[in-house]
Design a protein around this ligand. Structure first.
Ligand code: PYC
Length: 314
């Protein structure tokens, strides 16, 4: 019987599972290199810890690894049922809350190496966690994607630690939970047609997150979003990397100035607050703040005879 200890949390609704032991030996290297090894060689471990029957497509895993950057407290690889993520905003909040729960960190600022760069979070006395994310950018504005006969969608391609296609065109489906299935179908269609049309991030990576945005009913939020994640579930939080990508678009359009705080509402009504600063080179440096709560101290059990020890067969 293999035992893997983990702490589960949720960040404004979206769950994270931080793996505490039993992870594979990924050798030496930068967190980007370790992440590539993890993605290539350890799919069984990834699926065992986040896929059904021990998890679900909503869950994001976080594997702690040694940082190469000397000024970082830890390195982390975020992953889901279908692969690894570059960064994960809600996951970073869950990691911060988990490390505090374990007594490994105190309030203050901590730097973490991710596969896409160093991210700092600040844990405050009131429990809020502000994640200073990697530089974010819009790479293409108003990309038109043909969907099917008489239907096309126009949106922006942007980076916020993952690649996003961001559009207000929901196909007239309201951004509410009664329409989650239709929004999911449309987002899948957009993702498929982006790939078919060869539209990628500017580094050639597939665009694997689709974000619909629209007006929020909350007086403290500038928009509401539906973000389809790579595994097929929608983000229950406002999506930290998606909020960063959206902020990069608003900054590029001159709609939100540096330092101005905006609220981002998730599809389930929860909220992140976000703002950005300009880097020396003019880059958009977003900070996304929210809260996270511990939900479980878990010991995952993997029996040798279990046909689903490495996740449900797919
Ligand atoms: O919060 O950045 C995020 C995120 C990415 C995928 C799920 N959540």
């Amino acid at each position: 019987m293999r035992r893997i200890h983990a702490i589960d949390s949720h960040s404004e609704g979206e769950p994270t599972r931080v793996i505490l032991n039993g992870g594979p030996d990924l050798g030496q290297g930068s967190v980007r290199e370790l992440s590539e090894r993890f993605a290539r060689d350890h799919g069984d471990f990834r699926r065992a810890t986040v896929d059904e029957p021990r998890g679900s497509e909503v869950l994001v895993g976080a594997l702690l690894v040694p940082p190469r950057a000397a000024d970082c407290a830890a390195g982390v690889i975020f992953f889901n049922t279908v692969g690894t993520l570059g960064m994960c905003g809600h996951g970073m909040m869950g990691l911060a809350r988990t490390l505090a729960h374990l007594g490994r960190i105190q309030c203050g600022t901590h730097r973490i190496e991710t596969p896409v760069g160093v991210v700092a979070f600040t844990l405050s006395d009131d429990g809020s966690i502000a994640v200073a994310n990697v530089a974010s950018r819009r790479t293409t504005k108003d990309v038109r994607v043909e969907l099917q006969a008489n239907d096309a969608v126009c949106g922006d391609v942007a980076w916020g630690g993952n690649w996003f296609f961001i559009t207000a065109d929901t196909g007239q489906h309201p951004l509410d939970r009664a329409h989650a299935d239709r929004l999911t179908s449309r987002a899948w269609l957009i993702r498929r047609e982006l790939a078919r049309a060869g539209i990628t991030g500017d580094d050639g990576s597939p665009i694997d997150h689709i974000e619909f945005t629209g007006p929020s009913q909350r007086s403290d939020c500038a928009w509401r979003s539906f973000v389809l994640c790579p595994g097929g579930a929608y983000d229950r939080s406002p999506c930290g990397t998606g909020t960063s990508a959206k902020l990069a678009c608003l900054a590029a359009d001159g709609k939100v100035a540096a330092g101005v705080r905006v609220g981002a509402e998730s599809f389930v009504g929860t909220r992140f607050e976000a703002w950005y600063q300009r880097g020396a080179d003019g880059a958009v440096l977003p900070t996304v703040a929210g809260r996270a709560w511990i939900t479980a101290e878990v010991c995952l059990l993997l029996e040798a005879s279990d046909p689903c020890a490495a996740g449900i067969p797919r």
